[in-house]
Ligand binder design. Structure first.
Ligand code: NDP
Length: 313
C-alpha cells in the first residue's frame, strides 16, 4: 500500500488572503493545494464594484476580481479544490484536515484564510436588496451613496466607524441603535455624537427596508413605544458585527473571545508550529481585501521559511 502523500502547504479559504498566499507559495515551489470553502471567492463575491483595490484604475466587479486572483494562483500551479475543510487535527508534526467531500489531507504547513462573515439582521427585504442599496461595508460601498441619505444599524465600534465614514460623503446619516446606549468605545461614541449630520435614533429597530429594485427607505419601530415611522434613505448599512469563520480551529488555536485567531507579533504564526493565519480570520480591525492579501503573502513567506528550516523544501 502506498504511503499517503504529505503536501507541503494546504491553504484553507479562497478570498484575497488565500489566493495571495497561493500565488506566493506556488511561485516558491511549495506546490500548494487550496480548498475554497463554502463561498469560493469569499466576501467579495457579494460586492458589486471594488474601487479601492490598487491596480484597477477603473474599478472592478468583486466576482471578476476574485476570478483574476484564482487564475493567477492557478497559473503557477496551485491546485484549487471546490470543497470545504470541516475538521482539522493539529497534533503534528504532520497536520491533518478532512473535507466535506470525504477527503483526508496531510500537510506539513497550513495557511488559514477562512475569512469572516458579516452578521445580518435576517429581514427578507435585506436579502432581496443586497447590492441594491443594502451593504455590510461602508468603506467598500459608501462612495456609491455620495450626496444621498443613508442609515446605519448597530451601536458598536464598527457602526460608529461606518457612520463617521459615511458622514463625510452623505448629507444625512441615520444611526439606528436598538438600546438607549451604544456599545462602542467612549471616544468613538463622542465622535458620532459630535458629528452634526449623524442622527441617532435610540431604541430603534429596522422592520423593513423599502423599495423594489433599489432602497427607497426604511420602516423602523421604536421598541419602547411601538411607534413606527419611515426614514427616506438610499443606502442601508448593516454594521452589527462580523463572525470569523474559525469554529473548526477552536480546539487547537489561541483566539480572542470573539474567535479571531491570535498571531505572534508581526507574523502570521499561530500557537501551533507550521500553522499560519491570514486575512479576516485573524483581523478584526482593518478587514480590507488589500490588507487580507498582504497577510496572505506574509503567511506564504512564513510557511516557506518554516519548510526550508525543516529541510522539507
Ligand atoms: P460589536 O459586537 O461590538 O457590536 C455590535 C453592535 O450591533 C451592538 O451595538 C449590538 O447591540 C448591535 N446589534 C447586534 N445585533 C443586532 C440586531 N439584530 N439588531 C440591531 N442591532 C444589533 O461588533 P462590532 O463589529 O462593532 O465590533 C467588533 C469588535 O471589533 C469590537 O471589539 C470592536 O471594539 C472592534 N472594532 C474596533 C475598531 C477600531 O478600534 N477602530 C473598529 C471596528 C471594530 P447591543 O449592544 O444591544 O448588543
Amino acid at each position: 500500500m502506498s504511503e499517503k502523500k504529505i503536501h507541503n502547504t494546504l491553504i484553507i479559504g479562497s478570498g484575497p488572503a488565500g489566493y495571495t498566499a497561493a500565488v506566493y507559495a506556488a511561485r516558491a515551489n511549495m506546490e500548494p493545494i487550496l480548498y475554497t470553502g463554502l463561498e469560493p471567492g469569499g466576501q467579495l463575491m457579494i460586492t458589486t464594484d471594488v474601487e479601492n483595490y490598487p491596480g484597477y484604475p477603473d474599478g472592478v466587479k468583486g466576482p471578476e476580481m476574485m476570478d483574476d486572483f484564482r487564475k493567477q494562483a492557478e497559473r503557477f500551479g496551485t491546485k484549487v479544490h471546490y470543497d470545504t475543510v470541516v475538521k482539522v487535527d493539529f497534533t503534528g508534526p504532520v497536520h491533518k484536515a478532512w473535507t466535506e467531500g470525504g477527503e483526508e489531507i496531510h500537510a506539513h504547513s497550513i495557511i488559514i484564510s477562512t475569512g469572516a462573515s458579516a452578521k445580518w439582521l435576517g429581514l427578507e427585504s435585506e436579502k432581496r436588496l443586497q447590492n441594491k442599496g443594502v451593504s455590510a461595508c461602508a468603506v467598500c460601498d459608501g462612495f456609491f451613496f455620495k450626496d444621498m441619505k443613508v442609515a446605519v444599524v448597530g451601536g458598536g465600534d464598527t457602526a460608529a466607524e461606518e457612520a463617521q465614514y459615511l458622514a463625510k460623503l452623505c448629507p444625512e446619516v441615520h444611526l439606528l441603535v436598538r438600546r438607549d446606549e451604544m456599545r462602542a468605545s467612549k471616544i468613538m461614541q463622542n465622535r458620532v455624537l459630535n458629528t452634526k449630520n449623524i442622527r441617532i435614533h435610540w431604541h430603534t429597530e429596522a422592520e423593513e427596508i423599502l423599495g423594489e429594485d433599489e432602497v427607497e427607505g426604511v420602516r423602523v419601530v421604536n421598541n419602547q413605544t411601538g411607534e413606527k415611522s419611515t426614514i427616506d434613505i438610499k443606502g442601508f448599512f448593516v454594521a452589527i458585527g462580523h463572525k470569523p469563520n474559525t469554529d473548526i480551529f477552536k480546539d487547537w488555536l489561541e483566539m480572542d473571545e470573539t474567535g479571531y485567531i491570535l498571531t505572534e507579533g508581526k507574523s502570521t504564526k499561530t500557537n501551533i508550529e507550521g500553522v499560519y493565519a491570514s486575512g479576516d480570520a485573524q483581523d478584526k480591525i482593518y478587514r480590507q481585501a488589500v490588507t487580507a492579501a498582504g497577510t496572505g503573502c506574509m503567511a506564504a513567506l512564513d510557511a516557506e521559511r518554516f519548510l526550508t528550516e525543516k529541510g522539507i523544501i
